[in-house]
Design a protein around this ligand. Structure first.
Ligand SMILES: *Cc1c(COP(=O)(O)O)cnc(C)c1O
Length: 409
């Protein structure tokens, strides 16, 4: 298979090895590369800060700049395109775990016997801590509340969740799932899970940490209740980057929904109202905002979202699948037991990530691969994760990985 160069190869900075050679970067699932334009964008806001001071909050629109009071607004449309939503269903704010708590306060409302949270066996540790503490907030014992679904060799995560819903459906208050499992790279069928959860009377939310910018999504059409993501993995928003959230439009006018509030959740016209003046809520997902947005993080993320907008999602998804298929074939051709690929082979059930099972050797292999010019990461003692980002990876990166594995195994 011949593959064209990466879609936006020259638009990204490449990390260098100690000898000055550029590395094959297969770690976009952990921290996406820096778009070249990000540094300029951030420097531009620094310059505005230096020269305008507080006036930067409201000035600049006439020169094509975004006044800082609206810094996160231009991010909403490109984010909405990535998650398959309307602009008012998404908001760029905070980081993932914070957004998860804010939305759990609205969407995890255990009542009587309906008090369980159904989550994936591999739920991210921070998500699990968030869910456990929210159980305690409701006076519930987390050990009794959290029910796990586990995918096995023959059973997909989607089927495992459906099976648990069949068993415990009437007791489940919330289904909370990674759209892409961060350990195995398995993709769940978001629409099927959402429909099954809602049919069982539960609310349903997704962690998109490994999904946004990795797969085209259709949250609105799939009827997902809410979702949260971080900005620094496939979104390339930079370390500690700006996260985001989705709230389906059917909840936007739901007066029953509880929510924590702050000034930024108020409509722009009443956000700065003094004292007890009447206020008006921001419509849509923006109502969950509490604070004014981090301008430098928003500037960095904008640079990456512009790159995504250069290509239809079908283009980068097709390229991601082709690269991952090439990597799969190259690794399987090595035929070096016990090395084995854990990620499902079915293209509909994987994104850009491949998880390699290397019992007891994953950490040593991560370090050895780095010495061979390949950046990836180990999860625990057994799993090595590599990912192929269509915007900046190409077939040379796949070859570098295969050659290094061949020499090292
Ligand atoms: C990376 C990641 C997070 C990150 O949480 P932060 O609050 O942004 O630090 C959360 N959940 C999953 C599944 C992740 O992979």
């Amino acid at each position: 298979m011949t593959l064209q160069p990466a879609l936006a190869h020259d638009a990204f900075c490449r990390p260098l090895a100690a000898d000055g050679q550029s590395l094959s970067y297969l770690c976009g699932h952990s921290l996406g590369l820096a778009p070249r334009a990000a540094a300029e964008r951030v420097a531009h806001e620094m310059h505005r800060w230096a020269t305008l001071g507080v006036r930067g909050h409201f000035e600049g629109a006439d020169r094509g700049d975004t006044p800082w009071a609206q810094a996160s607004e231009p991010l909403r449309a490109p984010l909405a395109r990535l998650v398959g939503a309307s602009v008012d269903e998404v908001v760029a704010m905070n980081s993932l775990s914070v957004n998860l708590h804010l939305l759990l306060l609205s969407f995890f409302r255990p009542q009587g016997a309906r008090s369980r949270v159904l989550l994936g066996r591999h739920a991210f540790p921070s998500d699990r801590l968030a869910l456990e503490s929210q159980c305690r907030l409701h006076g519930l014992d987390p050990a009794a509340c959290l029910v796990e679904a586990q995918a096995t060799e023959g059973v997909s995560m989607t089927d495992a969740v459906l099976r648990e819903l069949h068993r415990h459906g009437e007791r489940v208050a919330l289904v909370w799932l990674d759209a892409v499992d961060y350990t195995t790279g398995e993709v769940v069928d978001i629409g099927r899970v959402a429909r099954a959860a809602q049919a069982a009377g539960a609310r349903v939310g997704f962690d998109l940490a490994h999904a946004i910018g990795n797969l085209p999504l259709a949250l609105s059409e799939d009827g997902v209740d809410f979702a949260v993501w971080c900005g620094y993995k496939y979104l390339n928003g930079g370390p500690g980057g700006l996260g985001g959230a989705f709230v389906h439009r059917r909840f936007h006018d739901d007066a029953q929904l509880q929510r924590l509030e702050g000034w930024w959740g108020q409509a722009a016209g009443s956000r700065f109202a003094w004292g007890q003046q009447p206020r008006e809520r921001e419509p849509g997902a923006g109502a969950w905002q509490l604070s004014n947005p981090p301008v430098l993080a928003a500037a960095a993320l904008a640079a990456s979202l512009e790159l995504f907008d250069r290509f239809p999602a079908s283009t980068w998804r097709a390229r991601s699948l082709a690269l991952t298929a090439l990597a799969r074939d190259s690794i399987e051709a090595l035929d070096r037991p016990p090395l084995r690929i854990l990620t499902p082979a079915d293209p509909a059930r994987r994104g850009s990530q491949l998880s390699l099972d290397l019992p007891g050797q994953a950490v040593a292999m991560e370090h050895a691969l780095l010495r061979h010019g390949v950046v990836c990461d180990a999860r625990g003692a057994n799993i090595l994760r590599v990912s192929f980002c269509p915007l900046y990876n190409d077939a040379d990166d796949v070859r570098a990985l295969a050659q290094a594995l061949e020499q090292l195994l």
